[in-house]
Design a protein around this ligand. Structure first.
Ligand code: HEC
Ligand code: HEC
Length: 490
């Protein structure tokens, strides 16, 4: 392995400067306990949207969000097939969707896109399209890597798309699946290192499925034609459970920080101590995927039911107005991750969006029912639905201070909007750890006030109180039990 240059650093472009204290950013009026316990009273029937606030860093989104062009209930396959052309060929439409979908035009995420995306004569639209040749990481490839060699691609490995535009939804989804598993976001020296050192791979939660392929990693021919190991969407959004690949499930055992640290430790490639400390703090199932100085690693989400989300990401960075909005997210994510050297053909980004919409949780046994679950549903309707207005798919983002959870992400420079999205609760019982920071191990703890104590030491990523989201904690134990029973049916 001759190339130990840290080419894979794009994701963590965090510069170790001006590391400001997250606590200093807290809105002094946002005493989570005071605000949220008042909000939490289940007898309060108010369904009104919470008032605007003035966050220190993120400008709050305007209260009246532009209405979606077409309500999501009308996003039929047929309609989406028609809409593909608007995204693929109509530059003005893409620009309009970009501008309308970004909740806070002043965060880094938005600024990067507003300055470079869907501009007529400049920016990312002018980058060359790139369709790499890729092949899966199989046992044979892993063995060669372990022997210190990056093998050339099999001559029969074809570019992952032959340029034929799909004509049915099934074809779009199939192409999207290929992109999800095979399109490299970028070369990744960290992953290559782990493949060469199986003990590290196991330690950080990477491994093959029963088909002996490693989902999330590929061998590909880079733009300069050299073979590289790359990461794909499936690295974070697919798991291997008892050998079976579960598409769309967050890979909660992936310790991405540790993966990077192992590379730096073994190669001697320099890493500023402040970054090393941050990576060590992520733990499994979280990553800080932004480029600011904020320490705001987020839990990797399951990608189920995304079509119905009114906003994308946990801070509601993007209003989900149209499928083109997701396609733009994916197109710009790939372009940016690949250090703006190329862009994916738009057909591939649209296909990725169609694939993400197609993802559903794996089948399970019939959810329990009965009086306790019914009681829980009633309690949910009274105390939770004004935010989680669709229990399964979440709700519109609310001001972070109304929830009172750690505000760092909501007010972060990178993606901040001043808000958090009421979490989608589809299969929530399988989605531990909870909240955007993944600090809470169980739903029982979410509904209990024990976690607020200064001495609390059962946080998933370290000791200390886990504040906010007091909704439901005021209920008598029996009702909390009913609410839990209901949540487990979602
Ligand atoms: C390094 C891990 C990683 C990789 C690789 C990755 N993601 Fe994600 N993804 C995340 C994390 C973490 C979030 C949560 C971000 C947030 O809420 O701020 C996320 C959020 C999302 C969301 C928003 C979900 C929601 O509920 O709003 C979608 C959609 C998504 N990713 C799709 C993709 C696709 C498609 C790819 C491949 C192009 C990809 N991701 C690659 C970690 C990853
Ligand atoms: C004021 C709005 C609001 C109310 C009321 C509310 N929630 Fe939430 N809920 C949120 C937000 C916002 C989040 C995400 C917070 C975060 O990640 O920091 C959330 C997160 C959650 C989560 C975590 C899910 C995950 O995967 O991490 C659960 C479970 C949940 N809420 C259940 C409930 C229940 C049960 C009630 C009623 C007793 C309720 N919520 C009331 C806004 C609300």
């Amino acid at each position: 392995m001759g190339r130990l240059a840290p080419l894979g650093l794009g994701l963590l472009g965090i510069i170790a400067s001006g590391c400001d204290d997250a606590a200093s950013r807290r809105d002094p009026q946002a005493s989570p306990t005071a605000v949220t316990s008042a909000e939490a009273r289940p007898e309060s029937p108010a369904r009104a949207r919470p008032e605007p606030e003035s966050p220190a860093r993120a400008r709050p989104a305007p209260e009246t969000r532009p209405s979606p062009l077409v309500p999501v209930s009308a996003w039929s396959d047929e309609w989406m097939l028609e809409q593909a052309d608007r995204y693929l060929y109509d530059l003005a439409f893409r620009r309009e969707m970009l501008e309308r979908s970004l909740t806070n035009h002043d965060n880094q995420y938005s600024r990067a896109r507003l300055s470079a995306y869907a501009r007529d004569d400049q920016g990312w639209d002018l980058l060359p399209e790139w369709v790499p040749r890729t092949q899966p990481i199989t046992a044979a490839v892993a063995t060669r890597l372990a022997a210190g060699e990056t093998p050339a691609l099999d001559p029969s490995a074809a570019p992952l798309w032959d340029g034929t535009r799909p004509s049915t939804m099934a074809q779009w989804v199939e192409l999207g699946r290929k992109v999800f598993f095979e399109y490299p976001l970028r070369p990744e020296v960290f992953a290559e290192h782990a493949l060469a050192h199986p003990a590290i791979a196991t330690e950080v939660g990477l491994g093959p499925g029963t088909d002996e392929r490693w989902p999330g990693l590929v061998l590909f021919e880079d733009i300069g034609h050299e073979p590289r190991v790359g990461i794909t969407c499936a690295l974070c959004h697919t798991t291997v459970e008892a050998g079976a690949v579960v598409e769309g499930r967050a890979r909660r055992e992936l310790d991405y920080g540790r993966l990077r640290l192992a590379y730096h430790r073994d190669s001697g490639a320099p890493l500023p101590p402040v970054l090393a400390e941050r990576m060590a703090s992520w733990g499994p199932g979280r990553a800080d995927i932004t480029e600011d100085d904020d320490q705001d690693p987020v839990a990797i989400p399951d990608l189920w039911g995304v079509k119905q989300h009114s906003a994308l990401t946990q801070a509601g960075t993007i209003r989900h107005l149209h499928p083109a909005v997701l396609a733009i997210r994916q197109e710009t994510q790939i372009t940016h991750a690949n250090r703006e050297r190329s862009r994916p053909p738009r057909e591939l980004a649209w296909a990725l969006a169609m694939y993400v919409y197609s993802l559903q949780p794996p089948p399970r046994e019939a959810a329990p029912s009965g009086p306790q679950v019914e009681r829980g549903a009633e309690l949910f309707a009274r105390g939770c639905e004004r935010c989680h207005d669709d229990a399964v798919h979440g709700g519109d983002p609310v001001p972070a201070r109304l929830v009172g959870t750690d505000p760092t992400l909501a007010f972060g420079l990178a993606r901040g909007t001043g808000r958090y999205r009421p979490a989608p609760l589809l299969r929530v019982a399988e989605a531990a750890p909870y909240l955007h920071h993944g600090q809470l191990a169980s739903l029982e703890e979410l509904l209990s006030t024990e976690r607020l104590a200064a001495s609390y030491d059962r946080g998933v990523h370290g000791p200390g109180p886990i504040e906010g989201h007091l909704f439901g904690t005021e209920l008598p134990p029996e009702d909390r039990g009913a609410l839990l029973a209901y949540l487990r049916t979602l």
